[in-house]
Design a protein around this ligand. Structure first.
Ligand SMILES: Cc1ncc(COP(=O)(O)O)c(C=O)c1O
Length: 257
């Protein structure tokens, strides 16, 4: 939520793009087309904006542009149509609701290039994938996001969320800065016990003989990616994934970079 609002505040644009079927938390905009169904998901070239929750305001739906996952041509065509309004493209490099299928490097690079060219921000949701190695999954892809959302493991068991990113973008939340256009505070801000949990956990891992990064790499690479088994059944609710597996049987064994 904070990353989406920060990208709006920085760019002065109101809409965001997200991948059909991806989960980014319980926030109206993030929930659009999280679980579309064949009867309402629309055409491949122009996916519908489907609300998750009954009663979601139309204005929230209209604020989101839905793109298909790992489909460069279709995604860029949709982004081009909406270029002037887009504050950012939100992307999870290994979305769990789309079958834990990692983003293809060409797709991530295409979105990175498109966002730079069009004055939009690349917002990577690494809430889950940040655990894959020290710099998150983006480090393994060699791509740097403008904003990165993190959570889960950074709290070492405590519930916590964080956003990091380009200094000029983060400045929108700095009360002492010259571009303070996103005042941000709340019950869950700067909670000391939450922030202690993550470093404690990492210190514990550092003391293991194998070292944290190696341990994280080995322990968090999903078994089905290593073994190359098909995990088609995990993505049955998402037609893009069904389309891909139907036409490229075996492509689900793709490796992370
Ligand atoms: C990939 C992903 N993004 C975002 C979120 C939402 O995080 P939060 O509940 O802190 O808003 C989650 C939570 O499970 C998640 O798995």
């Amino acid at each position: 939520m904070v990353a989406i609002k920060a990208s709006r505040a920085f760019t002065g644009r109101t809409r965001i793009a997200k991948v059909e079927g991806a989960y980014h938390g319980g926030y109206d905009y993030a929930e659009v087309s999280q679980t579309p169904r064949p009867e309402n998901w629309g055409s491949l070239d122009r996916p519908n904006n489907v609300p998750l929750v009954h009663g979601t305001p139309d204005s929230s739906l209209e604020s989101v542009v839905i793109i298909p996952f790992n489909d460069v041509d279709r995604a860029l065509a949709i982004l081009d149509e909406n270029a002037a309004d887009l504050a950012g493209v939100v992307l999870d490099p290994m979305p769990h609701r789309v079958g834990l299928n990692p983003v293809e490097p060409e797709f991530l690079e295409a979105i990175r290039t498109w966002t730079r060219k069009n004055g939009s921000l690349l917002v990577l949701d690494e809430v889950i994938t940040f655990r894959s190695t020290y710099g998150g999954l983006q480090m393994r892809y060699g791509v740097e996001a403008d904003l990165t959302a993190m959570g889960k493991m950074i709290g070492g068991g405590f519930p916590v969320g964080a956003v990091a990113g380009r200094a000029d973008v983060m400045d929108v939340m700095d009360p002492n800065g010259s571009n303070y256009v996103f005042p941000h505070s709340g019950t869950f801000s700067a909670n000391p016990s939450q922030h202690g949990g993550g470093p404690c956990r990492n210190e514990g891992l550092r003391r293991t003989s194998r070292g944290t990064a190696q341990w994280l790499d080995q322990s968090s690479t999903p078994g089905h990616l290593r073994s190359g088994q098909s995990h088609r059944s995990q993505g049955l609710r998402h037609r893009r994934w069904i389309d891909r597996t139907d036409s490229h049987e075996g492509s689900s064994s793709q490796k992370l970079p």
